[in-house]
Design a protein around this ligand. Structure first.
Ligand code: PMV
Length: 359
């Protein structure tokens, strides 16, 4: 598919005012996306678990208007919020060619997250995917007749233009984004559901998100991805992501937990290694991030658990483990890891099925 496939035929609609509502989850990458080209095209493929509890709920009310400028208000957690406006303005500019009705309506965007605002959890994946899905529902309500499959593809395509990783939040449980040989229908333009049979070892996976540092991100993803331009290790890293994804595909099918852990942890540390070796360079892990990683390694060593960690572009730690180990891992988290979390906070999440239309 190409970009042109997402340009709709022109439509005239009599709808004066209506609203739509979606909830969309966050996701956690196992093979990380880090580095992008023009138009939000990833430099390497990635795969993520879609989450379940960390999500954004967005209601979009649209009302016919005069004039040709974009017109929208953002209400975040009940209060008008100007801080989100520039990001949404940019998003509207990027997607208007694919959503010709954008200048015909005023949009009221009422949005909230199920996770605390200042938790250091990026809300761009859940937020941008929820908004993209709302806009797709508007397009549908104005008369476009799409199959569910095309609807999801285009929603993912639009979400990508808001925030790259957001394109992996439309569906569950595992989503691949970025063209790569080992996944036949993979695309740089949108995320595709991982359709191979996932071994029971990796079904219902759990993710406890340990909030080590709830502050603002030290490096925005826009700045972060740019660090890969001219990075000495960039091309090798991009190659490695293809290899890791190909191997992880096999592992997800054959149930090899040891290799799963090795690939996932290595990917997390590689992401941070890229940041530590770029110019300018950053250390986004905090002392407590390292304490937690070492505790996880000790616990795995002494108990034979299949627990492992992954990281985003920040200090928080995602602790991944099979559902069968839930009880003993939460006991371990409470007794050994909570001490390293800011105010003792952590979020219990698990793999989910993707976004849902609420109204
Ligand atoms: O979607 P962005 O542009 O915020 O980039 C996110 C990149 C990572 O979260 C660090 C990795 C990933 O693949 O999700």
């Amino acid at each position: 598919m190409t970009e042109q496939d997402f340009t709709p035929k022109s439509q005239t609609s009599n709808v004066e005012s209506a609203s739509v509502k979606w909830e969309s989850p966050s996701n956690i990458a196992l093979v990380k996306y880090w580095g992008k080209r023009e138009n939000q095209i990833p430099e390497n493929p990635s795969i993520s678990f879609t989450l379940s509890n960390c999500k954004t709920i967005t209601e979009l009310t649209y009302t016919k208007k005069e004039g040709t400028d974009f017109s929208f208000d953002v209400i975040f957690e009940g209060a008008k919020n100007a801080a989100f406006k520039p990001k949404i303005q940019t998003f509207f500019e990027r997607v208007e060619g694919y959503l010709p009705f954008l200048r015909d309506y005023h949009f009221k965007i009422e949005t909230s997250n199920t996770f605390p605002h200042s938790s250091g959890i990026a809300s761009s994946a859940s937020g941008m995917s929820a908004l993209a899905l709302c806009l797709m529902s508007v397009e549908k309500d104005l008369g476009s007749d799409y199959s569910d499959e095309f609807f999801n593809k285009k929603a993912s395509f639009l979400a990508r233009l808001g925030s790259g990783s957001a394109c992996r939040s439309i569906e569950g449980e595992l989503v691949v984004w970025g063209e790569t040989k080992s996944i036949s229908d993979s695309s740089d333009l949108f995320g595709v559901k991982f359709t191979e049979n996932v071994h029971p070892n990796f079904q219902n996976y759990q993710d406890a998100i340990l909030l080590v540092d709830k502050g603002e991100k030290q490096v925005s993803s826009t700045v972060g991805h740019k660090l890969m331009y001219g990075h000495s290790f960039a091309s090798k890293r991009f190659e490695q992501a293809h290899e890791n994804l190909a191997e992880l595909k096999e592992v997800l099918m054959n149930g090899n937990q040891k290799r799963f852990i090795e690939i996932v942890e290595s990917e997390a540390l590689t992401l941070h290694a890229m940041m530590m070796t770029s110019m300018p360079y950053f250390i986004l892990m905090k002392p407590n991030t390292l304490q937690i990683i070492n505790k996880i390694w000790e616990f795995r060593q002494s108990t034979g658990s299949n627990i492992c960690f992954t990281l985003d572009a920040g200090a928080n730690v995602h602790v991944l483990f099979p559902k069968a180990e839930q009880e003993k891992v939460y006991e371990f988290i409470k007794s050994e890891l909570v001490a390293y979390c800011q105010n003792g906070h952590y979020i219990c999440d698990r793999v989910g099925q993707g976004a849902q239309r609420l109204a």
